[in-house]
Design a protein around this ligand. Structure first.
Ligand SMILES: Cc1cc2nc3c(=O)[nH]c(=O)nc-3n(C[C@H](O)[C@H](O)[C@H](O)COP(=O)(O)O)c2cc1C
Ligand SMILES: C=C(O[C@@H]1CC(C(=O)O)=C[C@@H](OP(=O)(O)O)[C@H]1O)C(=O)O
Length: 360
């Protein structure tokens, strides 16, 4: 499956070392004012080569919009977008093409398809997420018309935790530092944790939090297509994500009901003082901010020697991975998490009829 969503649909295409990475958004209402600037702003948050804590691959990731817009507005037709790959270097992959890279999708692709594009991981590369970010940029623009905003930030990197942050902290700080952390006090230590692993030929993981504000109560399907289930699927579907929590998440398992329930009160409408549920109950939004956290594994490509298998000779082998890699995927994944969250919420806004096929 290369397509995501039911009403607001995203298809991504392209390989890391092919000519381009692209996205087709289908189902976006007509009349949305959106342009290359909106898409580029999101791509600029994600592109590699921006600091010492990201891959050295230098991709400009310049968006080209091929269809679906007329006079600055969406037409209701498929919006096709792409970025061309310009800094492709497959040399580091040639001498390991028969070796299974531990922690990567190599064995799965081989078991399923019988062969694989070994150049930079092909479709399984994190580069595919440029397509998600292009689609997410359109979803974000649509949601902003309804006062819905999505913000993600790095909550931890390998033993370094950020403090509590507000949406304002996220807006003001996240994209101003290389680790994408909203708490300025934690930035230096996070950077050091990544650089230390990099010096060791190793990598580190961490956690990312996403908050969606302005989501109306009543979004989400009651049984199948629950909002939390869709968010979990969308976030887990990003490469390197190993866990998803909504609200208190795993923390709720070790608490009592009285410590987990959000008590209601009346204030001209139904409200809760706490938001341990993360803005979703019974699969339906409560009107409180939606809060999810994801666990990101350490980058699988590391230069330390690792035991593996040569699938050609059918023998055990040692692999040492060279090339240009993110020493931590955490900073790179932050805009991707925003994109996937925006896509799910946009999809549910359309499913629920809150947004129709044409904007006024
Ligand atoms: C934004 C992003 C950047 C990534 N960068 C790298 C990288 O530089 N090197 C690498 O080995 N894996 C990188 N990955 C991860 C892998 O390509 C791949 O998605 C992951 O190993 C598969 O993990 P899974 O088992 O959770 O699906 C990146 C993933 C994302 C989302
Ligand atoms: C290029 C990007 O990230 C790449 C993701 C990636 C991987 O294995 O996932 C490996 C590296 O690329 P290469 O194919 O050159 O080895 C990263 O640089 C990007 O995100 O745009």
């Amino acid at each position: 499956m290369n397509t995501f969503g039911r009403r607001f649909r995203l298809t991504t295409f392209g390989e890391s070392h092919g000519p381009a990475i692209g996205a087709v958004v289908d189902g976006c209402p007509a009349g949305l004012e959106v342009g290359a600037g909106d898409i580029q702003a999101e791509l600029d948050k994600r592109k590699p080569g921006q600091s010492s804590v990201t891959s050295g691959r230098k991709e400009p990731d310049r968006v080209e919009i091929l269809s679906g817009l007329f006079e600055g507005k969406t037409t209701g037709m498929p919006i096709a977008m792409l970025v061309r790959n310009v800094d492709v270097d497959s040399s580091a992959y040639e001498n390991i093409k028969d070796l299974l890279r531990p922690g990567h999708a190599d064995y799965g692709y081989l078991a399923k398809y019988g062969f694989r594009d070994h150049r930079g991981g092909g479709r399984s590369s994190g580069r595919e997420t440029a397509g998600r970010v292009m689609g997410g940029a359109v979803a974000k623009k649509l949601l902003s018309l309804r006062g819905i905003h999505v913000y993600a930030h790095t909550a931890s990197i390998y033993d370094v935790k950020a403090g509590e942050v507000t949406p304002e902290d996220i807006i003001n700080n996240t994209y101003k530092n290389p680790v994408r952390c909203a708490d300025p006090r934690a930035v230096k230590e996070m950077e050091e944790a990544i650089n230390m692993a990099k010096r060791d030929g190793d990598s580190v993981g961490g956690t990312v939090e996403v908050i969606a504000t302005g989501v109306p109560a009543g979004l989400g399907e009651p049984v199948f297509g629950k909002l939390d289930a869709d968010l979990a699927g969308a976030l887990m579907g990003i490469g390197a994500v190993k866990g998803v929590e909504v609200g208190l998440g795993f923390g709720a398992a070790s608490l009592r009901g009285s410590e987990v329930n959000d008590e209601f009160y009346w204030d001209g409408g139904v409200r809760t003082r706490t938001n341990r549920a993360g803005g979703i109950l019974g699969g339906i939004s409560t009107g409180m901010p939606i809060v999810c956290r994801i666990a990101v594994k350490p980058t699988p490509s590391i230069s330390k020697p690792q035991q593996t298998v040569n699938v050609e000779t059918k023998e055990d082998a040692i692999i040492e991975i060279k090339g240009r890699h993110d020493p931590s995927i955490v900073p790179r994944i932050v805009p991707v998490v925003e994109a996937m969250t925006a896509l799910v919420i946009a999809d549910h806004m359309l499913i629920s009829g809150r947004i129709g096929p044409a904007l006024p």
